[in-house]
Write a protein that binds this ligand. Structure first.
Ligand code: ZN
Length: 344
């Protein structure tokens, strides 16, 4: 697998509403494979390959381009930057992290914290609320205010690295899903159906891009590609793992935003069985994917999500297994080549 491309996807910034650099990167990566591209007013990017069948259906596969991040909401006289989260953060994962601030220039920053020497035991056991966290860019207040303004984008900063049999980075959610979508779109030989690979916007703030993309495209089938929770770590009980790293691609049965069409679940499962692709079934009690946005479009669209199990979700050290990623690509490629066998 191309760790280089996945690393580049992880490195490229794009919080909800600010996906322009991602859009450009994905267009470039698919330019040799897509017959056509178009964008909608929300910023969703559609890459098209027409089907060869007598009456091709419209198949939408979707992975979201946005990452959880922040916008600048206030800059103090001394130049400390306070921020508003876009997407779900656990404040415990944020203190003492590095960030990048996309102002007039790209600035490195750190999320500061009071020195332990000066805190009481009570303070040390308490979680600092997000609204009290601040970014220090190491510049005098006046200079910060010249370079940064309210509304500018801030992202977590963490280098992508291979980690044993896994990979770890910030924002594998959903750069790894985009990577799977790009690879499947590049690898599939031919399809009877029209394939639209859609890089969506604003998923992390409520599946907004997928909803408008599906409304505009009117697909017959919608498949989201996203990460899911692998809680197979110390402190968790096996019954609550959801998925496990290294056990294969996950086929979603449901989460709190969508129930996968059972004909699609069955079809994916059969494809995996017949082709010896390692897979696991996924029931996720909380969370959602673009499938939730697509499913509710117009009079309703049959959807399913293909998930990549990921540990430490929504932190700077999200971790996924390289073999699960390969299994996801293999399953999606087969789906695109064989979708015409699916009767709905
Ligand atoms: Zn996601």
């Amino acid at each position: 697998m191309s760790l280089e491309l996945l690393a580049r996807l992880c490195r490229t910034p794009g919080i909800p509403g600010r996906e322009e650099q991602m859009r450009q990167l994905i267009r470039q990566e698919l330019s040799a494979y897509a017959e056509d591209f178009f964008e909608d007013q929300m910023g969703n990017l559609f890459a098209v390959r027409k089907g060869s069948g007598p009456s091709p259906r419209t198949i939408m596969i979707a992975a979201h381009m946005d990452e959880i991040g922040f916008v600048v909401r206030y800059i103090s006289k001394e130049g400390f930057i306070y921020f508003h989260p876009v997407g779900g953060f656990d404040p415990r994962t944020l203190v003492a992290q590095r960030v990048k601030v996309y102002g007039r220039e790209v600035l490195d920053g750190v999320i500061g914290i009071k020195p332990t020497h000066l805190t009481t035991p009570e303070e040390r056991s308490k979680v600092i609320p997000l609204s009290d966290l601040f970014v220090d860019v190491g510049l005098p207040g006046e200079e910060v205010r010249q370079l940064v303004q309210v509304g500018d984008m801030i992202t977590l900063e963490r280098e992508f690295i291979p980690l044993g049999q896994c990979v770890t980075s910030k924002t594998l959610d959903d750069r790894v899903g985009l990577y799977v979508m790009i690879e499947a779109f590049r690898r599939f030989q031919a399809s009877a159906d029209d394939i639209y690979a859609v890089a969506t916007v604003q998923e992390e703030v409520g599946l907004r891009g997928a909803q408008t993309a599906a409304f505009g495209l009117e697909p017959d089938i919608g498949i989201a590609i996203d990460i899911t929770i692998a809680a197979d770590i110390p402190g968790m009980e096996e019954k609550d793992y959801c998925t496990r790293l290294g056990e294969g691609v996950a086929i979603k049965v449901l989460d709190s935003y969508s129930i996968s069409d059972q004909r699609l679940v069955h079809f994916f499962r059969q494809l995996a069985e017949e082709n010896n692709i390692p897979y696991q079934m996924e029931v996720l009690p909380r969370g959602g994917t673009d499938a939730g946005g697509m499913q509710r479009s117009r009079e309703g669209i049959p959807v399913c999500t293909i998930s990549i199990p990921t540990r430490y979700t929504h932190s700077a050290v999200e971790t996924a297994h390289q073999e699960d990623i390969e299994a996801a690509i293999a399953l999606m490629t087969l789906f695109l080549e064989n979708s015409s066998a699916l009767q709905l």
